[in-house]
Design a protein around this ligand. Structure first.
Ligand SMILES: Nc1ncnc2c1ncn2[C@@H]1O[C@H](COP(=O)(O)OP(=O)(O)OP(=O)(O)O)[C@@H](O)[C@H]1O
Ligand SMILES: [Mg+2]
Length: 258
């Protein structure tokens, strides 16, 4: 701790900070930069980059977070948990709903955050919720949506509000018996008791059409005591989200498809 202008600042002289769930992965995590750089199997690259890396007989997913701009580097270095750390901490809190976390590591340059990585086990999913939402010929579509509603209800009943509950973040594996769901992109979550409005808001980022949302809301209401406003609330929050996002897209000159 150092004191400047009467304010206390947290700092750490060491150049890395990490937590690892399983000591078998120690060498992997402390050496993650070279494993990441020499490995070519990128599975996703937008703001952040994700790679599948095989280590200790496990397929891991390594998420490398983009280097933040200077102000955020300061904020993340001294005041706020990094996205990698939050992803790890949140995963441990909601362990049954996420791919198994392995660890995270942060690299600092003169006390300023440079890069951070979050490592989890690869979840062998068959599709994300995006496919059944968009493809009206998707096999077993209605059952998948209903299973998805029940999964979301379990999340909600555990006091979990995923702030980025969008289609690409909901992974689904089909087994002989059932559909298994896991969520990713878990650095932004709230833990609280959810009101009916919060629960309805939970479906707003799916970009699903009203008919599909009605099926989801219907299944949810079969298993949880909501009043008759619930279905309309689900539609209301989803359409509100769509309108706001579309206005933002128009302002940025991006194409708007719906
Ligand atoms: N543990 C995992 N197992 C299998 N696939 C994963 C796993 N983690 C991530 N993925 C895949 O990588 C994709 C992107 O991951 P994630 O959503 O965490 O990153 P992102 O969308 O780029 O994040 P951000 O929005 O912060 O840039 C997911 O949609 C999923 O397909
Ligand atoms: Mg995502």
């Amino acid at each position: 701790m150092i004191t400047l202008f009467g304010l206390k600042f947290r700092y750490n002289k060491v150049m890395t900070k990490y937590k690892i769930n399983n000591s078998d992965f120690y060498n992997f995590i402390v050496g993650i930069r070279s494993y990441f750089d020499k490995n070519a199997t990128t599975i996703h690259k937008a703001r952040n980059e994700l790679k599948v890396i095989h280590y200790n007989d496990v397929d891991t997913i390594v998420k490398s977070f983009k280097i933040p701009h200077l102000l955020n580097r300061l904020i993340y270095s001294f005041f706020r948990d990094t996205k990698a750390k939050k992803s790890y901490k949140n995963s441990l809190k909601i362990i049954q709903f996420v791919p198994k976390p392995i660890g995270y590591i942060e690299f600092y340059d003169f006390w300023l955050l440079k890069k951070s990585y979050f490592i989890s086990e690869k979840f062998d999913f068959d599709f994300t919720i995006r496919e059944p939402l968009l493809d009206n010929t998707f096999k077993d579509r209605e059952n998948i949506l209903r299973a998805f509603a029940r999964f979301t209800l379990r999340l909600h009943n555990s006091g979990i509000f995923h702030k980025d509950y969008s289609p690409g973040n909901i992974l689904i594996k089909k087994t002989k018996k059932e559909y298994i769901f896991k969520v990713v992109d878990i650095n932004r979550m709230e833990f609280k008791q959810l009101s009916q409005r919060n629960r309805a808001k939970g479906f707003a980022k799916l970009w699903a059409n009203d008919d599909l949302l009605k099926i989801i809301a219907d299944e949810y209401a079969l298993h949880y005591n909501v009043d008759k406003k619930f279905k309309n609330q689900v539609l209301y929050f989803s359409n509100k989200n769509r309108k706001i996002k579309n206005i933002k897209k128009r302002l940025k000159g991006q194409p708007v498809n719906d």
